[in-house]
Design a protein around this ligand. Structure first.
Ligand code: HEC
Ligand SMILES: [Cu+2]
Length: 484
């Protein structure tokens, strides 16, 4: 009997020792992967890499062997929307901000061709953080407009890496949108999930203030001072809302490849209404579990994964929240499907805002200095009103006043708005709470009082009533003053 107990005990010890050793080995494997990868055999037949525009990513590598990947990337300088009505000249890798997503595996050899379109004005290059070699490829890839260059490198470290332009002034090239992500999958590939998306944060600096309409030039002084006018996901206010929103179904697993191009700001990446089941910290091999907010350095990345359990509108934010509600860093992941009261019961919209507490529901009321009385024309009100909308209303009512199902009523073609012209000023000055019905949908939430001057209130209401199919009412400063 005693002998048997001793045998069992020694077997147990052996198992414990083996487990400890194998986890040590696993760590060693991760540490040594780059020297192993150097010697990995590569299938010499070249394969053209699939490149995708955000928010999409190329197909997973699965368990294919290392291969020779041909990456063909074109630099395009072009004017586009920074926000609705705000234009900006972006410098891009592949025509989008962030640039095309590149996906390979450890051991792959990449033959990278960088082309600078002849219509461009400036030389550029590329520094890929996944490259071991001089400047991450920057020197080898330096191209003038109308020129192309090819260089070659082996992917020897797995992870999610940023690439960016490294032509002087480097900060300016990055601020204009020259960054993207390259994923190097580990041996055997990442575990499969149901949905994968590509999201990248960046900060922008414009001559005008946030929301100033028209073509906005880059502002070097603000960039130098790190005073961002816009902090964005995927290069535009509202890129990931409305038709651009991400989607998933209840029960699915979602993986977000999240990068931060900077140039200046660090991202406190958070998804309101979800918890990250797993985070590949800094895009490397270490994993953390059950994380609320993950820090993404400028020029860094993270992979976050979560299973969506209940239908809701998850809100992607930089939890430095003025960037979200005032500078544009807001995206939506719409989860549809069956309710699951075991996990969550109640109104969906409470799930969206509870984490931030009541602070966002109330704006401190201060006396606002009145601008010297200049009566604005309707055109001037429309212009100022649009600016006010993009700064003060956009975060909730979204681009083009489309609203968000179950959370924020639409202002576009709103029957409530058009019926209640006399209440509109009060709503903006004092906020609104209690149940209302807008276009047949019930909303029961709270809108905070807005701190705006009489002129701004009259202008934003004029703008809203004269946009998006509303009834064309014009408001005056006088009317607002009378209601204050
Ligand atoms: C923090 C989010 C938030 C902001 C910012 C915000 N609203 Fe609202 N707004 C709401 C919510 C929530 C409701 C619905 C309130 C309710 O259920 O009683 C609402 C309702 C309204 C309504 C009436 C309903 C409709 O759809 O016609 C108007 C008009 C309106 N808001 C205008 C504005 C204007 C103008 C601004 C900017 C100056 C603004 N809101 C800023 C959240 C917001
Ligand atoms: Cu450049």
């Amino acid at each position: 009997m005693k002998a048997k107990a001793r045998t069992i005990r020694s077997i147990l010890w052996a198992i414990i020792a083996l487990t400890v050793m194998s986890s040590c080995n696993q760590q060693k494997d991760e540490e040594n992967i780059s020297s192993k990868a150097v010697h990995m055999k590569v299938d010499s037949r070249p394969v053209k890499a699939e490149l995708t525009a955000p928010p999409f990513v190329p197909k997973p590598v699965g368990n294919r062997a290392p291969q020779k990947l041909i990456v063909d990337m074109e630099i395009i300088e072009e004017e586009g929307d920074l926000a609705d009505g705000v234009r900006y000249v972006f410098w891009t890798f592949g025509g989008t901000v962030p640039g095309s997503f590149i996906r390979g595996r450890v051991g792959d050899v990449v033959e990278f061709t960088l082309k600078n379109h002849p219509d461009n004005k400036l030389p550029h290059n590329i520094d890929l953080h996944a490259v071991t070699g001089q400047g991450g490829g920057a020197e080898a890839s330096f191209v003038a407009p109308g020129q192309q260059k090819t260089f070659k490198f082996k992917l020897i470290n797995p992870g999610l890496y940023v690439y960016h332009c490294a032509t002087a002034p480097v900060g300016m090239h990055i601020a204009n949108g020259m960054y993207g992500l390259i994923l190097v999958e580990p041996v055997g590939g990442l575990p499969p999930v149901d949905r994968e998306y590509y999201v990248m944060q960046g900060d922008f600096y414009t001559k005008g203030k946030h929301g100033d309409p028209g073509l906005q030039p880059f502002d070097m002084q603000k960039a130098y001072d790190e005073h961002a006018d816009y902090v964005l996901f995927n290069g535009k206010v509202g890129a990931l809302t409305g038709d651009g929103r991400l989607t998933a179904k209840v029960g699915e697993t979602v993986r977000l490849f999240v990068g931060n191009g900077g140039p200046n700001l660090v991202s406190s990446f958070h998804v309101i209404g979800e918890i990250f089941d797993k985070v590949y910290i800094e895009g490397g091999s270490a994993t953390n579990y059950n994380v609320q907010t993950t820090l993404i350095p400028a020029g860094g990345a993270a992979i976050v994964e979560f299973k969506v359990e209940v239908p809701s509108n998850l809100i992607l934010v930089d939890h430095a929240l003025f960037r979200t509600f005032n500078k544009g860093a807001l995206g939506v992941l719409e989860v549809t499907g069956e309710e699951n009261p075991v996990v969550f019961e109640g109104e969906v919209l409470e799930g969206i805002y509870q984490p931030e507490g009541p602070t966002i529901q109330k704006v401190p009321v201060e006396t606002v200095a009145e601008a010297p009385a200049k009566v604005l024309t309707k055109e001037e009100k429309m212009e100022l009103g649009k600016k006010v909308y993009n700064t003060s209303c956009f975060a909730c009512h979204l681009p083009n006043g489309e609203g968000l199902a179950n959370a924020f009523p639409p202002l576009a073609k709103s029957d409530y708005l058009n019926k209640n012209v006399d209440k509109a000023i009060d709503i903006v000055l004092r906020g609104l709470s209690g149940e209302i019905t807008v276009n047949g949908q019930k909303y029961n939430s709270q809108m905070p009082a807005q701190v705006l001057s009489d002129q701004e209130v009259a202008s934003v209401l004029t703008f809203i009533y004269n946009s998006w199919g509303n009834n064309g009412t014009e408001f005056t400063e006088e009317q607002v003053r009378a209601k204050r």
